[in-house]
Design a binder for this molecule. Structure first.
Ligand code: PLP
Length: 440
């Protein structure tokens, strides 16, 4: 029996490409063997060597309540006892759709954002379906996306993408045929003139603009005030749709996502035609969704001609986890996440300042990341220009002291409801060591 992370990694690499089932897990930009995890509870994960870490990855977002929340686990166990998968509709799926619609302010007639919701299993499927739907609805071929934004790994969305594509320094993915890649117009983020110019250059050809509600896959880069609203206005002026990708931000930064957070801050609502969800909506199980206004959703099969399907879509265990998670994620949860995030942002910044490391803490709601540059970054070019080499020593110094950060400077840090004072203390105590490592 192999017991060290190193030997597990050697073993895994023989049978799994790179030893991982998702590239961002590979420690590619920080070096060393990734931790092979055997269990997780609350704010902590335990690896094969029996070492415990305070976790700031939270399964890349879903574990908003912390790992293995007893009520979520019980909901899944109860659902499992009733059957793992039926390939038929369940009342719980309808309840999840109703819950999500309610959280986003109710139907559009009631002043909310979405009328109908289709459940899928991954964020990639959600955005892929949203794009097909936008093309089917408008009869147009082109899509605008922003450099550094990540919307999953479907063919047309890997151009200048964030997350693993950014971590591994890839301009795009091999294997995407040029005729497909050429249907995606990639623009700099937070630059409305670029969007206007693209619509002028491709009249009546752009089906949709897809945007992360707040960019969090190139590190965190918030949209400038009014940016998402202006994107909606420009898209609509030209007969195109706005696809708001809340896979990462949805139900994490607030009960009604970044869309709701912006509205609370500015008092102004804006209109996205389609919205994608994932991560928290499944509470750690594979659920994602695409929702939107009924005129657009009516084009989806079986009602309309845009096809989409899934053997395990709306899986009862996954839906049970999602419903339990959303039920438990209340006002206090979000207040706690904001407080923990605020404390950590302050502590990271203080430690780096003390060690003389030039940095900026970037945030969008309770999501944040550290940028090793003196000025805030507003786009992918600025994010790429930072002193990325400082992150690997910072990361490993934290890991050595029992704190697991996302293993890339291009990822957000995720706090959870289970990050209590003890977990915070452990992180805060580790930070000065990591800051000194980053200074070298
Ligand atoms: N959209 C955003 C904003 C994401 O952050 C991600 C994943 O990180 C996706 C889509 C893809 O989701 P999944 O990994 O579930 O396919």
């Amino acid at each position: 029996m192999t017991t060290s992370n190193e030997s597990q990694f050697v073993r895994a690499r023989k049978v799994i490409p790179g030893g991982v089932n998702s590239p961002v897990r590979a420690f590619g930009s920080v070096g060393g063997a990734p931790r092979f995890v055997t269990s997780a509870a609350g704010a902590r994960i335990t690896d094969v060597e029996g070492r415990e870490y305070v976790d700031l990855v939270a399964s890349w977002g879903p574990a908003i309540l912390g790992h293995a929340h007893p009520e979520v686990v019980a909901a899944v166990q109860q659902a499992a006892a009733r059957g793992l998968s039926f390939g038929a509709s369940t009342p719980a799926e309808t309840e999840l759709a109703e819950t999500v619609i309610e959280r986003l302010g109710g139907t559009r007639a009631a002043g909310g954002l979405i009328d109908e919701l289709r459940l899928v299993s991954t964020g990639t499927e959600a955005t892929m379906t949203a794009i097909r739907l936008a093309r089917g609805f408008t009869g147009r071929p082109l899509l605008i996306k922003f450099a550094g934004h990540y919307h999953g790994h479907s063919d047309g969305l890997l151009a200048a993408a964030g997350s693993g594509v950014a971590t591994f320094g890839l301009p795009a993915s091999a294997g995407v045929p040029e005729p497909i890649a050429s249907q995606t117009v990639v623009l700099p983020y937070n630059d409305l003139d670029a969007v206007r110019a693209a619509f002028a250059a491709h009249p009546d050809r752009i089906a949709a603009v897809i945007v992360e509600a707040a960019a969090a896959n190139m590190g965190v880069v918030a949209p400038e005030s009014g940016y998402n609203a202006a994107l909606a206005a420009i898209a609509h002026e030209h007969g195109a749709l706005l696809i708001l990708d809340e896979v990462l931000t949805g139900f994490r930064v607030a009960a009604d996502g970044y869309w709701g957070l912006e509205q609370a801050r500015t008092g102004q609502a804006y209109d996205a035609d389609l919205v994608t969800f994932g991560k928290v909506i499944g509470g750690g199980m594979p659920v994602a969704a695409v929702g939107g206004r009924s005129e657009v959703m009516a084009h989806l099969a079986p009602n309309g001609p845009v096809y989409q399907a899934g053997t395990l879509s709306g899986n009862p265990l996954a839906v049970a986890a999602g419903l339990a998670t959303l039920r438990l994620a209340d006002k206090e949860t979000y207040a706690h996440l904001d407080r923990v995030s605020g404390v950590l942002q302050g502590a990271v910044s203080a430690a780096l300042t003390e060690a003389g490391v030039v940095h900026t803490v970037q945030s969008a709601g309770n999501l944040f990341s550290v940028l090793f540059a003196p000025e805030p970054a507003r786009d992918y070019a600025a994010v790429q220009a930072q002193e990325t080499f400082r992150f690997a020593p910072f990361f490993h110094a934290m890991l050595d002291r029992g704190v697991a950060l996302p293993p890339s400077v291009f990822e957000a840090w995720f706090v959870t409801a289970a990050h209590d004072d003890r977990a915070l203390e452990q992180i805060v105590e580790a930070l000065p060591h990591a800051a000194r490592a980053a200074a070298q």
